[in-house]
Design a protein. Structure first.
Length: 454
């Protein structure tokens, strides 16, 4: 919720600034009704206008018509003495010309569609990460029963599938057009953080509680007990965390355009950082002997993608309504790092001295760090529906989807198989280095944003 509040506050500030900028920076797009008269051969102050013009070849914007001395929707052009209309120097069968000054391109008629030189957008992301997986970790049963399948009151509490639900994030995009709108350069940054899922229990709950595993030394299901009335009292916590950060530097080149659409070719550099971790902490006290056992397991997976991107951005406008799609694919190297470690200790209540061991429950036999580099690709699609509230301000709502084909996640780095003969055994052989396991992973969701273009 802290991350959600920060993002929502930042988005509110940007939206407030938007209104202020738009009111101060708006420029009129057309000249309204012109009621003044002017003399033949003279022009308006500040306009560099020709004395003669061919209405059919001068490229007017808007509804300009040459009918009986009228130009577009302008009133009859007359000399300052209001005596006679200006003469038409050619017949209607050919393009008529006028001795009166002619307005410049885009200065009369209907308002032109403005082509922005720069853009700045801020979006609140409400996305759903794909469910992550892990072995079944926590289970419970009725008081006095071992939490194993088939026992009275057996219930699975955490693991198998980890659903983070709706997660907030933020995305910003800024850039500028060059070469009369033919080329644009921009940068984009977005993040999705706080995708956490956790479980915690302890004390005298009236039920047994334990960490599930398959004991390879006994070839049977087993559990590391944390609560078992009346002999064991303890606590247990599991926490899964996912964070994603992305940045892009890109160029946009005009591919085709029309009066109400624009298609651009997009290409550039992409970076993604995907970090996932799973921590398991347990402590139990034997109420008869006073012996305390603390065990900790931690699995971390970090993915860093460096590569290129290519795709298309299409914008369609109809009045104040706009529809924009951005489809592209990122291709490059995914550098994956997996770090697995565990630790524990044993002691007796009221007795000095602590015995430590360098392994956890699930990390027995596989501890250390492993790296690998894999070619990866990530297709991405963004769709936005916009409504222009001001000349410079556009409010949008959209949908985004991104898929990575090679991502290492923490829950995939172990399988719940434990050789209990090596657990808490200082004479056990040293653990083997882990191997990196990866799979496909996606995020998707709704975007709410505001864009300022000027």
């Amino acid at each position: 919720m802290k991350a959600f509040s920060k993002v929502l506050t930042l988005t509110s500030i940007v939206a407030g600034l938007t209104a202020s900028v738009s009111l101060q920076a708006q420029e009129p797009q057309s000249v309204g009704d012109m009621s003044s008269y002017f003399e033949p051969g003279k022009s308006f102050v500040g306009d560099d206008l020709p004395q003669q013009a061919d209405l059919q070849s001068s490229g007017y914007v808007g509804d300009l018509k040459a009918l009986g001395g009228y130009v577009g929707d302008l009133a009859l052009i007359e000399p300052t003495d209001h005596s006679t209309p200006l003469p038409i120097t050619e017949s209607y069968s050919s393009a008529p010309t006028y001795s009166a000054p002619v307005a410049r391109r885009g200065s009369v008629g209907k308002a032109m569609t403005r082509s922005p030189e720069s853009w700045l957008s801020a979006e609140l992301l409400l996305w759903f990460p794909e469910d992550r997986t892990s072995p079944l970790l926590v289970a419970s049963a009725n008081a006095g029963e071992i939490p194993l399948p088939g026992q009275p009151g057996y219930t699975e509490l955490f693991g198998g599938s980890i659903d983070s639900g709706l997660q907030p994030g933020f995305r910003a995009d800024a850039g500028r057009y060059f070469a009369d709108g033919q080329l644009g350069l921009g940068a984009r940054l977005w993040f999705l953080t706080g995708a956490d899922e956790s479980f915690a229990a302890g004390g005298t709950s009236g039920r047994s509680l334990g960490l599930r595993f398959f004991d390879t030394s006994a070839n049977a299901e087993n559990a590391f007990l944390v609560l078992l009335d009346p002999n064991l009292d303890g606590r247990l916590s599991v926490e899964s965390e996912l964070d994603i950060v992305a940045s892009e530097l890109y160029a946009k080149a005009l591919f085709m355009e029309g009066s109400d659409y624009r298609v651009e070719l997009v290409g550039g550099y992409s970076y993604f950082n995907i970090e996932d971790s799973l921590s398991i902490n347990s402590s139990r006290t034997n109420t008869v002997t006073g012996r305390v056992v603390d065990v900790r397991d931690r699995f971390e997976a970090t993915n860093n993608f460096h590569g290129g991107q290519i795709g298309f951005q299409t914008s369609i406008h109809k009045g104040p309504i706009s529809l924009t799609s951005l489809t592209k694919v990122h291709m490059g190297n995914m550098r994956q790092l997996v770090n697995i470690n565990g630790a524990g200790q044993r002691r007796f209540l009221g007795v000095p001295g602590v015995e430590t061991f360098d392994t956890g429950l699930y990390t027995v036999g596989t501890e250390g760090r492993a790296r690998q580099n894999e070619f990866a690709f990530a297709p991405e699609a963004n769709f936005k529906l916009g409504y222009r509230m001001r000349n410079y301000v556009n409010f949008t709502v959209g949908y985004s989807f991104i898929y990575w084909n090679r991502v290492a996640l923490s829950g995939d780095q172990f399988d719940g198989l434990v050789d209990q003969s090596r657990f808490q055994n200082p004479l056990a052989p040293p653990p083997q280095l882990p191997t990196v396991k990866d799979r496909g992973f996606f995020v998707h969701g709704i975007d709410f944003g505001v864009t300022i273009d000027y």
